[in-house]
Ligand binder design. Structure first.
Ligand SMILES: [Zn+2]
Length: 271
């Protein structure tokens, strides 16, 4: 990023919103068109199905354009049932197979399973594992759940989002998790994070052309969505509501933030 002090003078007479929009658009134009940022895409999910539910249309579009996409699945989702007679180990096996099939439909190259305990995701341990994967895969874009969607009650979602954001600001620092460096990895910083399940979207992706593919991928998670009509309703209602904000029929909404602005940038909430 090339900065000049003239940039400050050029926004001096603008309103706050105009100045912020101009500065971000000038310094980080990729925020306006994140899918055109070249390179590897890493999508992180607390449980099998979250990537598809939160960002499956966008992942399908990236997959169709031949991008290298990887998933990190933080837990095996073994608690995701209301059936007391289904053993957690058995559900974990089922969900792993469902996830592999769903991701294959969207063009995902590989799934990395962290196997943290479902409903007990520890932020610091997860952060360090993520730092290693960011250094290994060298993504330009990381997709993750927004930990600051205020009424999200599931701590796995909140902790996963927080761990991703911290990993993104630390993965470029060689003395952090330095076992990676001794193992031959290099520090790496991604460019952008795209947060799904967000109540503060600043970017919408039109998913009209891949909506059916998103529903088909989610239908592979049969243990979670046994009722196809209910599944289709849930996907369409969320996509329609984001679509209304975007002015299209069906969309996914994201909070897109340059990694540079994930620390000591108090105005990032307003971009
Ligand atoms: Zn989840």
């Amino acid at each position: 990023m090339q900065v000049t002090l003239e940039l400050i003078d050029s926004v001096r007479n603008l309103s706050f919103d105009e100045a912020l929009r101009y500065l971000v658009g000038t310094l980080y134009p990729e925020v306006l068109d994140p899918l055109r940022v070249p390179g590897v895409v890493l999508c992180v999910q607390p449980h099998p199905d979250d990537c598809e539910f939160g960002a499956g249309g966008t992942i399908a579009l990236l997959g169709k354009s031949g991008r290298d996409i990887y998933y990190v699945t933080v837990t095996d989702g073994r608690m995701g049932t209301s059936n007391p007679n289904l053993y957690p180990e058995e559900l974990a096996r089922i969900r792993r197979r469902e996830q592999e099939e769903a991701a294959r439909l969207l063009g995902v190259r590989n799934i990395i399973w962290f196997d943290f305990m479902d409903t007990n995701v520890p932020v610091n341990d997860l952060r360090n594992r993520l730092i290693t994967e960011i250094r290994r895969l060298k993504p330009s874009i990381v997709i993750a759940p927004d930990p600051y969607t205020r009424y999200e009650a599931h701590s796995d979602h909140i902790n996963t989002g927080k761990a991703v954001l911290e990993a993104l600001i630390l993965s470029g620092l060689p003395h952090v998790n330095d076992v990676d460096i001794r193992n031959g990895l290099e520090p790496h910083s991604a460019r952008l994070v795209m947060l799904y399940y967000t109540s503060s979207p600043n970017k919408y992706i039109d998913i009209g052309e891949v909506l059916d593919l998103k529903i088909d991928a989610l239908a592979r998670h049969e243990s979670q969505f046994p009722d196809r009509v209910l599944l289709e309703f849930l996907v369409k209602v969320n996509a329609m509501l984001y679509g209304k904000l975007a002015g299209v029929s069906y969309a996914e909404g994201f909070k897109v933030i340059p990694v540079d602005l994930l620390h000591v940038a108090p105005f990032v909430e307003r971009i």
